[in-house]
Design a protein around this ligand. Structure first.
Ligand code: DLZ
Length: 158
């Protein structure tokens, strides 16, 4: 993911693998929907721009980021799917709920990728507040949905 000085959103599309026949599943958390919809648009457009076919990109929604791991697993177990992109936004609150969700989803997504031996991408924002989230969902810090999609493309070319 990006730092304030580095963003994969500006990734060059030269010399990337041909993804025209690759199938993608994008799993989107409905929590903080305004943010995750922007992440989804970024991810979808980026895949298309890099050669993916619209009909090869499927979308599944889950209620919150905690459910992304299971949603990813249901997608990854489909042998026709080449890569899964998980999109969510967990905003820091007053309790430790944030830590539990972030830890669980990071570990869960990692495990799904290792279990199914395919790219399962962590496109989950973990900001302190809504503004930081919007800044990273098409705002001044780019769109982390784009970056998640580019990460999937890069991993398919490994
Ligand atoms: C419960 C909860 C809270 C407080 N905050 C968020 C959040 O900022 N982002 C997010 O994606 N989900 C949140 N959730 C919902 C949990 O991810 C999960 O859906 C519920 O705990 C039910 O398992």
């Amino acid at each position: 993911m990006a730092t304030s000085t580095k963003s994969l959103s500006e990734f060059s599309s030269k010399n990337i693998t041909d993804i025209s026949s690759k199938k993608f599943a994008i799993v989107v958390s409905e929590w903080n929907e305004d943010v995750t919809e922007a992440l989804y648009s970024g991810a979808f457009q980026t895949l298309i721009q890099h050669g993916a076919k619209k009909e090869n990109i499927s979308r599944k929604n889950v209620p919150g980021s905690f459910e992304l791991s299971l949603g990813a697993q249901w997608c990854a177990q489909d042998e026709t799917i080449d890569a899964v992109i998980c999109l969510g936004c967990v905003i820091q609150g007053e309790t430790r709920h944030f830590d539990f969700i972030c830890d669980a989803v990071a570990q869960g997504i990692t495990q799904v990728g290792l279990k199914y031996n395919k790219p399962v991408i962590f496109g989950v924002l973990t900001p302190d507040n809504q503004q930081q989230a919007l800044d990273r969902a098409g705002g001044k810090h780019g769109n982390k949905g784009d970056e998640a999609a580019i990460t999937a493309v890069k991993m398919l070319g490994f």
